[in-house]
Design a binder for this molecule. Structure first.
Ligand SMILES: Nc1ncnc2c1ncn2[C@@H]1O[C@H](COP(=O)(O)OP(=O)(O)OP(=O)(O)O)[C@@H](O)[C@H]1O
Length: 343
């Protein structure tokens, strides 16, 4: 059985601009110990998806679908049960640890807090466990007596990871967990997170706008656009040989050193993601798509099998239903500046 099963999840905020459909029917699953990356530009719904999974969205937000953790629907469960799931089942690491940590409490107490709340142990035991966790994330045990302002950004993010692991969850959600850190520290913290989840057989759902970071740390990748998953597959294949033109654009925006040597500077993607209150019909990516076909504005797109363990929501995927208007020649045509296949 999957550890996490998201079925047809849809989230609509109700703001001053009207209804904002931030997530529009997402299906994803994660096996125990598996790593899945979620990529996409700012505003495509990644954080909303993460918040919905643990019911952390603002009151009044409409959420439809199911989020099954170990077969139980988080969206329908009692608050008591939800509290247990939030730390022991699945925990979340956000970016911006300075704001998440309480400035007036010592680090040790904050890491011990979820242990005290969720497990029947005394304060001394919880504090000892907190010190152990700090050493596991590469901080000396004496840091338990420090306050958040005495730590660097990278150290604080390590504390957040220690907190997320405190109650031995089976799933960790890392939402842009290292984006605010400089590149060297980011690499260290990501490596640490990857090692800890692998050692403990924890499933990891990592959210980032950076496809190259995700492909280095995750086995599978989901690329989101305008509230939907538009490509899903093994990370290496999605990064190196994307099937959806949007995934291809993201991939070329985050080249590897080898890519730079062979292809020169990365090319950006023109235009902006659509306003969620006014999402284009057919494929929502069509106004920005470099390989758009005449049928794209009118053909609804959903994920369609696109190779081993792969799926993409594009009419160019072989056998895509309702895409008969495109000739075989159209389909094989690639723009000169796009080196990667979007078949
Ligand atoms: N509390 C909220 N109320 C109204 N609209 C919101 C709220 N939170 C997010 N949105 C809108 O929902 C859409 C998706 O936002 P979300 O933060 O999930 O995207 P994201 O991909 O995580 O982007 P980022 O990386 O910038 O956080 C955006 O259009 C955003 O403006």
């Amino acid at each position: 059985m999957s550890l996490l099963e998201i079925r047809d999840l849809a989230v609509t905020y109700h703001g001053s601009r009207g209804d904002i459909p931030a997530v529009r029917g997402v299906d994803l699953s994660l096996a125990p110990g598996e790593t899945l990356g979620i990529a996409g530009e700012s505003g495509c719904g990644k954080s909303t998806l993460a918040l919905a999974m643990l019911r952390l969205l603002p009151a009044g937000t409409t959420v439809d679908g199911q989020v099954l953790v170990d077969g139980e629907d988080v969206l329908g469960m009692s608050w008591g049960k939800l509290r247990a799931v939030r730390w022991a089942g699945a925990s979340i690491v956000f970016q911006g640890a300075m704001h998440a940590l309480n400035p007036v409490h010592r680090i040790g107490r904050q890491v011990a807090e979820p242990i005290l709340v969720h497990e029947r142990v005394g304060e001394a035991v919880a504090l000892r466990r907190a010190e152990e966790l700090l050493t596991q994330v590469g901080l000396p045990a004496w840091r338990a007596r420090s306050y958040p302002h005495e730590l660097s950004g990278g150290q604080r993010q390590r504390v957040m990871i220690a907190m997320a692991l405190a109650c031995s969850p089976r799933l960790v959600i890392a939402d842009e967990a290292t984006t605010a850190l400089d590149v060297m520290i980011q690499a260290q913290v990501l490596e640490l997170l990857g090692r800890l989840v692998a050692e403990r057989d924890i499933a990891l759902l990592m959210i980032s706008h950076d496809l190259s970071v995700l492909s280095a740390h995750c086995r599978r990748l989901a690329v989101m656009y305008a509230g939907k998953v538009v490509e899903l597959g093994p990370a290496g294949s999605v990064f190196a040989d994307p099937r959806h033109p949007y995934a291809a654009a993201l991939s070329s925006a985050f080249p590897t050193v080898g890519d730079l040597a062979s292809r020169g500077r990365p090319r950006g993607l023109g235009g902006d993601p659509p306003d969620p209150t006014d999402i284009p019909g057919g494929c929502p990516f069509h106004p920005r798509c470099p390989v758009v076909l005449p049928e794209c504005p009118s053909t609804p797109v959903d994920l369609w099998p696109a190779g081993s363990e792969r799926a993409a929501a594009c009419v160019r995927v072989e056998g895509y239903p309702g895409s008969g208007a495109a000739s075989a020649a159209d389909r094989s045509e690639q723009p000169a500046d796009r080196p990667r296949s979007t078949r």
